[in-house]
Ligand binder design. Structure first.
Ligand SMILES: *[C@@H]1O[C@H](CO)[C@@H](O)[C@H](O)[C@H]1NC(C)=O
Ligand SMILES: *[C@@H]1O[C@H](CO)[C@@H](O)[C@H](O)[C@H]1NC(C)=O
Ligand SMILES: *[C@@H]1O[C@H](CO)[C@@H](O)[C@H](O)[C@H]1NC(C)=O
Length: 380
């Protein structure tokens, strides 16, 4: 029976969808007061061109061929004629979500939770955190997406890449879907993703050092863990672990494309061999969490399709980011020091919440994350 209340909820739902789907992007560029350490060893191959990346034509490379990558072309009009049906998944995603490093960071804030803020079940402890994002970002579109809305939103955004939808819908745990959702929404729309239990301490307009031009950056990430101790592997899966509770990106960024392709392919492999249903919580870190996120970022920084690897300085590794106290630019990625997204943890060199470089405060509770993914407690 279609009651008035249900009709009203349905109408509100469709209006929300329409709103999310038709919004145009607005801009965010306000300078900040921090200095950057530019990593001069590597910069995107095509910095000198006006086109930025055109990831629709990735150059195929092999280890025996160390020729510089081809100049990006601008095949806007020809793109429509390409038959994408036999393209690789990353190529399909690049075609669907082109990356333009010179575009503005979209003024979106995306969060996911079981309930909308309008619901009585939202959770009183999350309200101040949720409100802090709106307060610090006037003019931004701030959406808390429920699982139900996520399904419809993703169906709209990824219609032409059905294997991605199949993978999302097949994931057996909420934590896996929540992880995957952040990469999917940022790839398609860009903006800021932040976990629901994370407070904004400073506006994203202050995150990037003043010296860094906004039109040269497409991804802003923070450090979750930098355990400078011999037994680090007992506590963390990687020596440097990038965090994925807060990420800022422009749509189509290659790191997002690669991680979406990775998770899609791995999910469908597991689905096909029957191992997906019995998937265990403790493996989330490697499958969708900070381990695969960290690996994907390092792979990108060492990928000769995007970076000039001929400088002879070797690969970018955790050593380039350990002990950092200021933001560091590597190509079109800015890595913030541990204080920025993990202040107040009282270890690994992180400053406190009142540190001028402390940008968000992550609560590490009430999330869907497994225990092993959280920080070492006080005494370690
Ligand atoms: C199923 O495939 C996944 C991904 O390739 C692999 O890690 C896993 O070991 C496989 N499991 C079985 C039972 O074959
Ligand atoms: C996904 O990334 C992991 C590294 O975290 C890697 O071992 C795996 O081979 C990747 N899978 C695909 C399909 O690219
Ligand atoms: C650099 O990384 C690439 C790709 O991950 C790897 O094949 C190569 O062996 C690495 N080179 C060095 C010097 O570690």
């Amino acid at each position: 029976m279609l009651t008035f209340k249900r009709a009203l909820i349905a109408a509100a739902f469709f209006l929300t969808m329409l709103y999310l789907v038709t919004r145009t992007h607005s801009s965010t560029t306000v300078p900040s007061k921090y200095e950057a350490n530019e990593d001069s060893r590597q910069s995107p191959q095509n910095d000198q061109t006006k086109t930025g990346y055109t990831p629709t034509n990735p150059v195929s490379t092999s280890s025996s061929n160390r020729m510089p990558p081809a100049r990006p072309k601008k095949p806007q009009s020809q793109r429509l004629l390409q038959d994408m049906s036999r393209a690789s998944l990353p190529d399909k995603l690049a075609y669907q979500f082109p990356y333009d490093v010179e575009s503005k960071f979209p003024a979106y804030i995306w969060q996911t939770w079981k309930y909308t803020p309008a619901s009585g079940d939202f959770g009183e402890n999350f309200r101040p955190a949720e409100a802090s994002w709106s307060e610090k970002h006037p003019g931004f579109i701030h959406e808390v997406i429920t699982d139900q809305v996520a399904v419809h939103l993703l169906r709209h955004l990824y219609t032409s890449v059905p294997e991605v939808l199949e993978a999302y819908n097949s994931l057996p745990l909420a934590v896996l879907k929540a992880d995957f959702f952040r990469y999917l929404i940022l790839l398609a729309r860009g903006g800021i993703y932040s976990d629901i239990d994370t407070n904004a301490l400073r506006s994203a307009a202050e995150w990037l050092p003043e010296a860094v031009p906004r039109n040269a950056i497409g991804l802003v990430i923070g450090i979750e863990a930098d355990p400078d101790r011999l037994d680090w592997a007992e506590w963390y899966s990687r020596r440097i672990q990038f965090c994925q509770w807060t990420i800022q990106s422009k749509p189509g960024h290659p790191v997002l494309r690669e991680i979406v392709a990775n998770i899609t392919i791995e999910t469908l492999k597991k689905k096909n061999n029957g191992s997906l249903k019995s998937f265990k919580d403790k493996n989330v870190i490697e499958f969708t969490g900070p381990a695969v996120w960290t690996d994907t970022i390092f792979d990108y920084m060492n990928d000769e399709r995007y970076f000039d690897m001929s400088t002879g300085k070797g690969n970018i590794t955790w050593r380039d980011f350990t002990g950092m106290t200021a933001a560091k630019k590597v190509g079109d990625v800015v890595v913030l020091p541990i204080t920025s997204f993990s202040p107040g943890v009282q270890q690994m060199g992180a400053g406190d919440y009142d540190d001028p470089m402390a940008f968000v405060k992550h609560e590490f509770e009430g999330t869907w994350k497994p225990e092993s993914e959280r920080h070492i407690g006080g005494s370690g």
